[in-house]
Write a protein that binds this ligand. Structure first.
Ligand code: FDA
Length: 396
């Protein structure tokens, strides 16, 4: 039987990073993946340019930018392998990058440059990549493990589970990492799709569908948390970065508050317009400030008709409520089919925060998205994959 010091299940962002680091320490490493190519999610990420990290991540803000039952768990790995460390690696490989906004860093060229860099580094570190090989099962064997794969069994001193979450099954997500965790008696924090478009009930859709395709800067809030980003009306409900972000906090039955015009105060603008454009139909007056379809929608939502001049202050206040404090109650999300990440996963209490090793199963490690650590949109999830993979690679 093939024998390796370290077998890594999953050649995604976290698995490749762990393989490189373990290989650099002289360990014999095999990284397995059932896909035809490694790093498929890296390849499609960031619209094909990979938002590979976020420059604004700090130890101080990390607990707010990562969701977990225990947000402090991620701090150790994140502060030992930082965005600056990954930027140095990218620059060392000669990959040009730029900052888009909010600290989000993207490749100037293609995301595949990042995959190529990681695969080259893995090979340079002596690691072996086995593709089109599915993990079938894992069992304890003395001090080590036997990984049963579609390519035969492999004996391993240590096993690192880097099989990711459940999002986008058609790209190879399987959830096998959770099954392995359960098999060894580890707790799983309930999983759910996150960074995902939200959907409306039929009666709400009937009103919003005419707006499908419209994107605008908005502020979307849920309780005390809010995001100022673009919002997109879709044929099923709402999407865009602001919605993806808030989806990680939203639960069925919750209401979101949306400011569709955060850059101005619509009551003040319309009050000022009343003198010179009072004869205009209200929705036409409003269309001076927002797209016409949105103006019609907001006026209808407020239940108003007639000319601007005819509107009482109370009516304009109602309109302002619809514009600046629109209350929406999605019924669900588009699910794992389109979710960028999976919330929940292997409970952090089960793992050592410094090494990612299962406390109760020496030699078994979990890294990346399979753990109950989920970042905001904007490069945070890859930074977690790099950092947790790096941490396990130092010791496995
Ligand atoms: P990842 O999912 O990358 O890798 C897991 C690997 O395990 C896969 O290669 C899979 O094939 C393999 N596998 C699963 N089951 C297996 C089995 N039974 N046998 C063998 N192999 C198996 N994040 C970010 O920071 N910036 C961004 O720009 C984006 N953009 C983005 C776009 C889209 C469309 C998605 C879906 C996601 C993002 N993300 C992102 C999130 C990011 O892709 C994600 O957080 C990381 O890829 C997680 O890395 P992991 O290595 O943990 O899992």
């Amino acid at each position: 039987m093939e024998q390796r010091d370290v077998v890594i299940l999953g050649a995604g962002a976290a698995g490749l990073m762990a393989g490189i680091e373990a290989g650099r320490r002289g360990r014999s490493v095999t990284v397995l993946d059932h896909a035809r190519s490694p790093g498929e999610k890296i390849r499609i990420s960031g619209g094909g340019r990979c938002n590979f990290t976020n420059r604004l991540l700090t130890r101080q803000n990390a607990t707010a930018r990562f969701l977990s039952r225990n947000p402090r768990f991620a701090l150790s790995a994140l502060s030992r392998y930082t965005p600056a460390d990954f930027i140095a690696r990218v620059e060392g490989a000669g990959i040009a990058w730029h900052e888009k906004h909010l600290g989000q860093l993207f490749c100037d060229g293609k995301a595949t440059q990042i995959v190529q860099m990681l695969v080259e580094d893995l090979h340079a570190a002596g690691g072996c990549l086995k593709l089109e090989t599915s993990v079938v099962s894992l069992r304890r064997d003395g001090e080590g493990f036997v990984v049963n794969t579609t390519g035969g069994p492999i004996a391993a001193g240590s096993v690192i589970v880097a099989t990711g979450g459940k999002s986008i099954p058609k790209m190879g997500a399987t959830g096998i990492g959770y099954e392995i965790a359960k098999q060894f008696g580890l707790e799983i924090v309930e999983t759910r799709p996150a960074l995902v478009p939200l959907t409306f009930a039929e009666q709400d859709l009937a009103r919003t569908v005419p707006l499908a395709g419209l994107a605008r800067a908005a502020r979307v809030s849920h309780g005390k948390i809010g995001f100022d980003e673009d919002l997109l009306f879709t044929h099923r409900g709402l999407s865009g970065p602001a919605i993806l972000q808030i989806s990680s906090y939203w639960r069925e039955g919750d209401t979101l508050t949306i400011d569709l015009m955060p850059e101005g105060d619509i009551s003040a603008l319309l009050a000022a317009q009343r003198a010179e454009a009072g004869k205009k139909a209200l929705h036409n007056a409003l269309a001076r400030h927002v797209p016409e379809k949105l103006a019609q929608f907001v006026v209808a939502q407020a239940g108003l008709t007639g000319r601007l001049a005819d509107q009482s202050n109370k009516a304009l206040a109602r309109l302002a409520d619809q514009m600046h404090r629109w209350q929406v109650r999605p019924v669900g999300s588009e699910g794992y089919r389109t979710a960028e990440v999976t919330l929940g996963g292997v409970a952090t209490e089960e793992l050592d925060a410094k090494t990612m090793e299962a406390r109760r199963v020496p030699g078994l490690y979990f890294i990346g998205e399979v753990i109950d650590v989920t970042g905001w949109l904007g490069g945070y999830n890859f930074q977690w994959a790099w950092a947790s993979g790096w941490a396990a690679g130092q010791v496995a």
